[in-house]
Design a protein around this ligand. Structure first.
Ligand SMILES: CCC[C@H](O)CC(=O)SCCNC(=O)CCNC(=O)[C@H](O)C(C)(C)COP(=O)([O-])OP(=O)([O-])OC[C@H]1O[C@@H](n2cnc3c(N)ncnc32)[C@H](O)[C@@H]1OP(=O)([O-])[O-]
Length: 783
């Protein structure tokens, strides 16, 4: 637990609790015993504390901290730090790996700190809904000042060794054998006075400005916290660092107790474990196929087909993980653009080495040797099937073929090949090199080995892979459907897009549904609705009322916006007016027909033949998916010049657009909607409860195996606020299933034609029988 040895006058205490050397009560007791022994031994004149194996202690053991042993664990940790701080013999911490949380706090309590260049230090407690409660909020500001301490503690960011040296958090960077150097360093400081080495005895350098600093940062912290209580509580604790040390520690302990007993801390700790537990996947339909039984194929090279935004992002992720990539794009201009983006992104991180792993091509035969292909072409089934047919012929028989579709049928794509067992969905989220989620979709015939391969790929490229079943929209986008519909119905009834966005953002999302659609592109859903034959252009069947489709309520407002060329930020106008110039768009006045490579001038088309609407409809319904793919470019070209004049360049701030507001008003009038005042609570409940209700359907149908899979998808792919634990956790632990059921019953009675508000049978059943979501499908949960 803590191995004791001596090297002449130096006692060395090595924490040995693999794999991360986390502090359990027993580890801490062993440390106290070791310290006492060293203090008692007159031959010992200095002490080194280090971590055995790959790392310095990574903090308190969370499983113990969350259980009944929390109180003794915390008090033991504070006791160890006190022993260290007040020790009469110099204590040197030798840091390698990750010195996190309580581990870093122990180092701050010591008199000297040495680190290897690759070491990382941080106080990440804020991510767990807590604060650094073993003196971190009191000692860190005494070294770096209140301003930097607020920044470091409220962000929980990593501090690399070199930065730690600059900040005065470590005394020396050691290039060679850390332990040997630490022992010799300890020997060199033996007998020196220790008073000025005790951080607890120092004063905070910017103590006189503490109120000013807090006031200046409060707004930003509140905005970034999006409803989480931990960041501001951390600030309160840091503020107390200007008090005498003992008083500050007492304040820190009180605030720590407040956070530890909050539902938010429990939710964030659930998120921490869920992020890791999704790796322990099992096939939702056959539990015998799971992470233990299925063996992944080793992937060393990957082909990426399509060099659009997603293809480029996926390529960056793969290259960053050290994989070989062959990027294929049939459009030379697009390929060049992607190469420039990839180069620019990798530039900061030894680009040349990573770029050397990249081959770019316009020729499919270059994919003959790769272990796997990820298709990232335009979201159109016909086009994807065409690509898969080609890939099936060209790639080696054992290669895995993955589609980055955001909702198309994996089985239909697989049916275009003679190897459906090797076909799988890998749904990346934009920007693909930044967003952590990878939604992996198995089809009817996908083999266990293929599933294991893409789940392993997620880990390899630093993503959180979640395994889900095949249905329209899979888990994430399927649940988003009811949420978006309800947001639109709210517009019909009287609120503006900004009201909906504000309510959802106040709940904690980074963006409300309308800003999010503006960002992603209004046309994505439009195309899907066109393919499903739902839009007005096809017209509802003769006996269907105007605002209904297939027996369900339908709001055509987004289709109307798209028809006006309001495709979102890319056209400079969506639901909102965006203060962003896109003045390069005039260059894009052409449509390229991929099939024959010829270029077509849209200006000529517009001048000679048709209105814009007629042209768009022609393009959209043309039986040629390549044409469809370029409608967007046509719209951008047509609308950009007039939009440019209305925006202040350099700002992405969404402003209400009078044109859209007027359009909604006219629409209400036309369809006889009476505008009424709607509370934020109703907005949040109707949007989020319908999304969560769909989550119950997803679980019921076995599309997701566990509630935590849904939570992780929403946390890492859709910006669901982390401090609430994810949609399913939030509704079970914070709202309560019974309350959800009652609310859905109330809303569905008021809106009987909104089918997504009808409570799911699984929810009804769980409320009736007192079931628990956490227990659903979970076998060896730590929670
Ligand atoms: C008085 C106040 C005290 C103080 O202020 C409070 C604290 O110190 S709060 C603590 C502050 N410290 C933190 O917040 C550190 C949180 N930890 C991390 O950030 C990363 O785990 C770390 C960077 C260390 C390693 O990343 P990596 O190499 O990608 O590895 P990985 O992430 O996959 O983890 C491997 C396995 O270890 C497990 N596990 C991990 N940490 C803990 C833990 N503390 N405990 C228990 N278990 C832990 C993890 O679940 C996983 O288990 P499994 O069964 O294999 O799924």
């Amino acid at each position: 637990m803590a191995e004791y040895s001596t090297y002449g006058s130096v006692a060395v205490l090595q924490v040995n609790n693999p794999p991360l050397n986390t502090f359990t009560r027993h580890v801490l007791q062993a440390l106290v015993s070791g310290l006492e022994r060293a203090q008692r031994d007159p031959a010992v004149r200095s002490i080194v504390i280090a971590g055995k194996g790959p790392t310095f202690p990574a903090g308190a053991d969370l499983e113990e901290l969350l259980g009944t042993a929390a109180a003794p664990l915390l008090s033991n940790l504070r006791m160890v730090d006190k022993h260290v701080d007040t020790c009469q013999k110099p204590i040197v911490c030798a840091i390698h790996g990750t010195a996190l949380g309580g581990g870093f706090e122990l180092a701050l309590a010591s008199h000297y700190r040495l680190a290897v260049p690759s070491a990382t230090l941080s106080l990440p407690e804020v991510h767990l809904g807590m604060l650094p409660g073993a003196g971190g909020t009191q000692r860190l500001p005494r070294v770096v000042g209140v301003k930097s301490a607020i920044q470091l503690i409220t962000s929980g960011q990593d501090i690399k060794a070199q930065q730690a040296l600059t900040l005065g958090l470590v005394d020396k960077i050691v290039q060679g054998d850390l332990l040997k150097e630490a022992v010799s360093f300890a020997r060199s400081v033996e007998g020196r006075p220790l008073e000025d080495r005790r951080i607890s005895q120092r004063t905070v350098p910017d103590a006189d400005k503490v109120d000013e600093v807090v006031e200046a940062t409060r707004k930003t912290i509140l905005r970034k916290a999006r409803g989480a209580i931990a960041p501001l509580t951390c600030v309160q604790a840091i503020q107390a660092s200007v008090l005498p040390f003992a008083a500050g520690m007492a304040r820190e302990a009180d605030l720590m107790t407040y956070l530890m007993t909050s539902w938010q801390a429990a939710a964030q700790q659930y998120v921490f474990f869920s992020e890791r537990e999704v790796r322990q996947w099992s096939h939702p339909r056959d539990k015998h196929i799971n992470f233990r039984t299925a063996k992944p194929t080793v992937i060393k090279s990957v082909g990426v087909v399509g060099a659009g935004t997603m293809g480029a992002g996926i390529t960056i992720s793969l290259l960053q993980a050290g994989l070989k990539v062959v990027l294929l794009e049939v459009n030379k201009k697009q390929l060049d653009k992607a190469i420039a983006v990839i180069q620019k992104t990798l530039r900061q991180k030894s680009a040349s080495q990573k770029m050397s792993q990249l081959t770019t091509t316009m020729d499919y035969s270059q994919l003959s040797d790769v272990d796997m292909v990820i298709e990232a072409v335009f979201e159109n089934l016909r086009l994807k099937k065409e690509v898969f047919r080609k890939l099936d012929v060209i790639t080696k028989p054992q290669a895995v073929l993955a589609s980055n579709t955001s909702g198309l049928d994996i089985d239909k794509i697989a049916a275009a090949t003679k190897r459906p067992d090797k076909v799988v969905g890998t749904h990346f989220f934009s920007p693909a090199n930044v967003m952590r989620l990878l939604e992996n979709i198995y089809g009817k015939k996908t083999s266990a080995e293929t599933v294991a391969t893409v789940m392993q790929l997620a880990t390899t490229i630093g993503k959180v892979g979640v395994l889900v079943g095949n249905c329209a929209g899979f888990v994430g986008n399927r649940m988003l459907g009811p949420y978006r519909s309800e947001a639109l119905f709210l517009l019909e009834e009287g609120v503006d897009p900004q009201d909906v966005d504000r309510a959802i953002e106040e709940f904690g999302f980074p963006m409300g549904p309308f800003r999010m659609t503006d960002l992603a592109g209004n046309d994505i859903g439009w195309r899907r609705r066109i393919e499903a034959r739902l839009t007005t252009e096809h017209g509802p069947p003769p006996d269907t009322p105007a605002l209904y489709r297939r027996g369900d309520r339908y709001c055509p407002l987004p289709d109307m916006l798209c028809l006006q060329g309001r495709l979102g930020q890319k056209t400079g106008a969506g639901c909102m007016m965006l203060q962003e110039a896109k003045d390069d768009l005039t260059e894009n006045i052409y449509i390229r027909f991929r099939t024959d490579g010829s270029v077509f001038d849209l200006r000529r088309l517009l001048a000679h033949t048709k209105t814009l609407e007629e042209l768009i409809l022609d393009l959209l319904f043309a039986d040629d998916c390549a044409l469809l793919a370029h409608t967007e470019a046509a719209l951008m070209s047509h609308h950009a010049p007039s939009m440019c004049n209305r925006y202040d360049p350099g700002s992405r701030t969404a402003l209400p657009d009078p044109v859209v507001l007027q359009m909604i008003q006219d629409y209400r009038q036309e369809h006889g909607f009476k505008k009424r005042t709607i509370s934020s609570q109703e907005i949040v409940e109707r949007c989020l409860y319908s999304l969560i209700n769909e989550g119950f359907h997803v679980l019921d149908e076995g599309i997701a195996s566990r509630a935590l899979d849904i939570d992780v998808i929403y946390l890492f792919g859709y910006g669901w606020p982390r401090h609430t634990g994810g949609p399913m956790y939030y509704v079970e632990r914070v709202i309560g299933l019974e309350k959800l059921l009652r609310s859905l019953e109330t809303y569905s009675a008021r809106y009987p034609n909104h089918s997504h508000l009808q409570p799911s049978p699984l929810l009804r059943d769980m409320v009736a029988k007192g079931g628990s979501l956490a227990a659903l499908g979970t076998t060896d949960s730590k929670l």
